[in-house]
Design a protein around this ligand. Structure first.
Ligand code: IMP
Ligand code: MG
Length: 174
């Protein structure tokens, strides 16, 4: 049995999400904003964040796959689902569950630049910084953690645990 320890409760997540929503609302006022959720991990955070933003927004999704084992990204990224909204002249806010090495966000940033977005910013619920390899700017981040493998609230381990309402750290076996 895999043991786990709670890191962020549902009410801490709600409070943080509302804070981010207020900041985004203030910064994007008067500009066409498109929220792009990075599947699958960001689905739950995007649903809550979108409701905390008091602006007209468009919502779309992108999905990328990276080759690697269960707990690391390899850095080789390929697009498996493209967004469908025309992004020309729009301000894209990428919504991610967690940034680890930064490879995914670096790749996504380039993708949206090439697809003529007016600007591209990043919002990640969790900024996990110990293994960062790329110099990426997480413009809006909820929680900063140094390391550890996290599950819940969209985050999976081998496709399990995405539905947990809180975020947990997986503890190594004793
Ligand atoms: P990066 O490209 O190394 O920054 O990895 C980002 C992606 O790896 C995230 O979008 C997640 O899908 C996955 N990931 C990284 N750390 C964790 C974790 O602690 N739990 C679950 N998924 C993770
Ligand atoms: Mg992800």
């Amino acid at each position: 049995m895999m043991s786990r320890e709670i890191l962020f409760t549902p009410s801490q997540i709600t409070e943080k999400t509302e804070e981010l929503g207020r900041e985004i609302t203030a910064n994007y006022s008067g500009r066409p904003l498109v929220l792009i959720g990075v599947l699958k991990g960001a689905f739950m955070f995007l649903a809550d964040l979108a409701r905390a933003i008091d602006l007209p927004v468009e919502i779309d999704f992108i999905r990328v796959a990276s080759y690697g084992d269960a707990t690391t990204t390899s850095g080789t990224i390929r697009l498996t689902k493209a967004p469908e909204i025309d992004l020309t002249g729009k301000h894209v806010l990428l919504v991610e569950d967690i940034v680890d090495t930064g490879s995914t966000l670096t790749w996504l940033h380039q993708y949206f630049k090439e697809h003529h977005a007016e600007s591209v910013c990043m919002c990640a619920l969790i900024d996990k910084y110990e293994r960062r390899q790329k110099d990426v700017m997480v413009d809006y981040s909820g929680f900063r953690v140094e390391k550890g493998f996290l599950i819940g609230y969209g985050l999976d381990h081998a496709e399990q645990f995405r539905n947990l309402p809180a975020i947990y750290e997986v503890l190594p076996d004793e």
